[in-house]
Ligand binder design. Structure first.
Ligand code: UGA
Length: 434
């Protein structure tokens, strides 16, 4: 089978490279000529474990190619995935102008039946909109179907998530399109992956509801964590005790500085917008977003309380990306917290295994350090912001000799208090009595 993917951002490129690995012949298209030139050489413009190897393999086996030519892409694929950006507008709703533009382009050049699939997270109703845009712009009538095939990839484990998904969701308006889409995912039949085949609006809603639910789980446990601190309970054990109930599940119950990234904050805002437009306020999604932004303030209060005064203190921050194994800084709690601390007069020494350069540009006042120990030198507190593996086994004896004060603010609850305290450190964590 031949498919085309329009948009070589994170979702588009990961999906294209993974479909090529499934044995499909994939042509990826992007209007950004520089990006396409880089990709043709196997140079991937973002950090994701395994993607560079997969792109190189696809290219060398002639199953993955790139173009800036939309007509070529439309001609190539029986299935055309739209994976262009849907950035948030000022009011939180998703900006669909790129999706519409691609729709018009496809309409103008299509000469045979196509399944046109949205892969980006798009508001419920986008499939219908796309259908109208394409129909209205066709010079002569050519049959097509629209479908929705939302992705559930996590940055940092996107390839594994694509190759071994919990489920594949296909929203389609015809049997023919559903069966072509199922065929594309044939290698997953061997893994007995469940397929959810439904209509287009339902598939679109599954994506938003899933992300909003996961975000709500995190805000819920963060709220419980704050209460734990006040009443003397341990949120780590609370979450373990809750998570063992299969109806609750143990994932996404880890308390911390709040969620970030390009998906949860944006998707919650878009869901709230969708609810407002439909005349039904999404109160739980709104509360999850509110608790998340308050969580950042609570982390600043925590750091401030342990330091006594922020002004004139030196803070070492380990981990700046929104989570480990990515260099993505979008909506990273670290950025907002670092900015607030510097504004209150703290000196900031930061280190991140993948996002340091980009972070230094966003936080010009930060001293970019070469490793955790460089960052900790002369610091009054070490703030563990993101749980990268390389922060899981820090040398506390060494840290004690180089820090001004032996203080660990562990915002991901990586360390056991008893261990850190026995090594002479003051340990502050999230959701555990101080
Ligand atoms: C998320 C979803 O997990 C994916 O299924 C989805 O495809 C993707 O959004 C998307 O819509 O494209 P991602 O944003 O890559 O994936 O990151 P997650 O691993 O979900 O983490 C999101 C945030 O939640 C991070 O800031 C993380 O630190 C935080 N988190 C996660 C917690 O604070 N506690 C937890 O227990 C889990």
């Amino acid at each position: 089978m031949q498919i085309s993917v329009i948009g070589t951002g994170y979702v588009g490129l990961v999906s294209g490279a993974c479909f090529a690995e499934f044995g499909v012949n994939v042509l990826c298209m992007d209007t950004d000529a520089k990006r396409i030139a880089r990709l043709e050489k196997g140079d991937v413009p973002f950090y994701e474990p395994g993607i560079t190897e997969l792109v190189a393999k696809g290219i060398s086996q002639s199953r993955l190619s790139f173009t800036t030519d939309l007509t070529r892409a439309v001609d190539h694929g029986q299935v055309i995935f739209i994976a262009v950006g849907t950035p948030p507008k000022k009011d939180g709703s998703a900006d669909l102008s790129y999706v519409e533009e691609v729709g018009r382009g496809i309409a103008r050049t299509m000469t045979s039946y196509k399944v046109i699939v949205t892969k980006s997270t798009v508001p419920v109703g986008t499939g219908e909109l796309l259908k109208k845009v394409i129909s209205a712009n066709q010079p002569k009538k050519v049959l097509f179907d629209v479908a929705s095939n939302p992705e559930f990839l996590r940055e940092g484990s996107a390839i594994e998530d694509f190759m071994r998904p919990n489920r594949v969701v296909i929203g389609s308006e015809s049997e023919q399109a559903a069966s072509i889409m199922k065929d594309l995912y044939r290698p997953l039949y061997l893994l007995e992956t469940p397929f959810v085949v439904t209509d287009v609006p339902t598939a679109e809603m599954i994506k938003y509801a899933s992300n909003a639910f996961l975000a709500t789980k995190i805000s819920f446990i963060n709220e419980i964590a704050t209460l734990c601190e006040r009443v003397g309970a341990d949120v780590q054990m609370v979450s373990k005790g809750m998570g063992l109930d299969h109806r609750i599940g143990s994932k996404f119950l880890h308390a911390g500085p709040g969620f970030g990234g390009s998906c949860f904050p944006k998707d919650l805002a878009a869901l709230v917008q969708m609810g407002d437009r439909a005349g039904y306020p999404m109160q739980i999604a709104q509360a999850a977003a509110t608790v998340n932004s308050q969580q950042r303030d609570r982390m600043i209060d925590k750091i401030s309380a342990v330091l006594g005064t922020i002004k004139g203190s030196t803070i070492a921050m380990l981990g700046l990306s929104f989570k480990p194994n990515t260099n993505d800084l979008r909506e990273a709690p670290a950025l907002a917290i670092a900015q607030a601390l510097m504004q209150s007069g703290a000196g900031l020494r930061g280190y991140d295994p993948a996002a340091l350069e980009e972070a230094a540009q966003i936080l010009p006042g930060m001293i970019a350090c070469k490793d955790p120990y460089d960052a900790a030198t002369g610091a009054d507190a070490l703030v563990l912001m993101t749980e990268w593996n390389e922060f899981r086994n820090l040398d506390f004896a060494k840290l004690k000799t180089i820090m001004r004060k032996p203080v660990l603010v562990d915002l991901r609850n990586v360390y056991e208090s008893s261990r850190v305290t026995s090594l002479g450190f003051h340990h502050v964590s999230v959701g555990r009595a101080p």
